[in-house]
Write a protein that binds this ligand. Structure first.
Ligand SMILES: [Cu+2]
Length: 311
């Protein structure tokens, strides 16, 4: 079982266990009655079938009891679900959460951007969910929260984390070939650990980064989830690795013809803005969408500066 680590866990668990309990009760009760009847009413003991006429009492009983049961299940289900759909508390921390094929990114009020979610214990968190491409769905089982993320629409999810620890975070809407790559994590930290993490804007990709060569470019790659499909160490993922890519001669398919191209600035820009124009041999077409809306020309320069460091 997943642990219960948010303010909504109890409500969801109560409804779930109640429905599970009622289901198990009827499974056992019906099975027992069925077995008893097989013996009690078999042909040897009961050679002549008896005709039964209507019974008003019985009809009332089997109408009223199920109605009460479904109403009880509805009541607890509603009680657990409704608070999630209410407005998030005013003092919530707002985190912009972006889904894309195939990664998540979380942007905090101070501009810090991460690929897994970091939150402080006991404080309400409001996630503003947007999708850059297809329908995704954010699911944190231990928090008992799940919300579809539909492109062109901002969805809201909120919760209060109640236990420190690391919890799984999934995309739970099949969104293409590497859907399972969208596994990430939620880190619930103590207040002091969180403040320390939040104030430190040097280690994780942030809008303002240190001045190591290419640091800005790496931040852009992380912010846009590029590393979910392009490795930094030469290993083959959905797309070609970034390692040693600048200056390399690559066999690509352009308009159905195989040509040799040298990876330079123009090529990188085309690969980001019009990714299906040239497909590197051994990779599939249609795996990447254009990043024209999300990566500026200035940022492409930063990316190239970073890629040059990956010799
Ligand atoms: Cu997804």
């Amino acid at each position: 079982m997943f642990s219960n680590a948010s303010n909504f866990a109890e409500g969801v668990d109560t409804a779930f266990l109640l429905i599970l309990g009622i289901s198990i009760f009827f499974l056992i009760a019906l099975t027992v009655v069925m077995i008893v009847f097989i013996f009690r009413y078999n042909r040897k003991r009961n050679p002549v079938a008896t005709q039964i006429d209507g019974s008003t009492t019985l009809e009332i009983v089997w109408t009223v009891i199920p109605i009460l049961l479904v109403l009880i299940m509805f009541y607890y289900g509603w009680k657990g679900y409704h608070p999630m759909k209410e407005r998030a508390p005013k003092n919530s921390m707002h985190i912009k959460s972006t889904a894309r094929m195939w990664s998540w990114s979380f942007e905090y009020p101070n501009g810090k951007v991460t690929d897994s979610l970091y939150i402080p214990i006991g404080k309400p968190v409001r996630l503003e969910l947007i999708s850059q491409d297809v329908i995704h769905s954010l699911y944190i089982p231990s928090f008992r929260v799940k919300q579809d993320v539909v492109p062109g629409k901002e969805e809201i999810m909120w919760f209060i984390p109640e236990k420190e620890g690391r919890y799984d975070l999934f995309c739970t809407e099949y969104c293409g070939l590497q859907h399972s790559y969208m596994i990430s994590a939620v880190h619930v930290l103590s207040d002091s650990a969180y403040n320390k993490w939040y104030a430190d804007t040097s280690k994780v990709a942030v809008a303002a980064v240190g001045d190591a060569p290419g640091a800005k470019g790496l931040a852009v790659l992380k912010k846009n989830g590029c590393l979910a499909c392009h490795s930094l160490d030469g290993s083959k993922l959905v797309g070609p690795s970034y390692k040693g890519i600048i200056g390399k001669t690559e066999a690509v398919e352009t308009n159905g013809k195989e040509v040799q191209v040298k990876v330079d600035e123009a090529y990188i820009k085309r690969a980001i803005y019009d990714p299906n124009a040239d497909i590197v041999k051994g990779y599939n077409k249609g795996m990447m969408l254009s990043y024209k809306e999300s990566i500026t020309e200035e940022e492409i320069k930063d990316i190239i500066e970073y890629l040059q460091t990956l010799k």
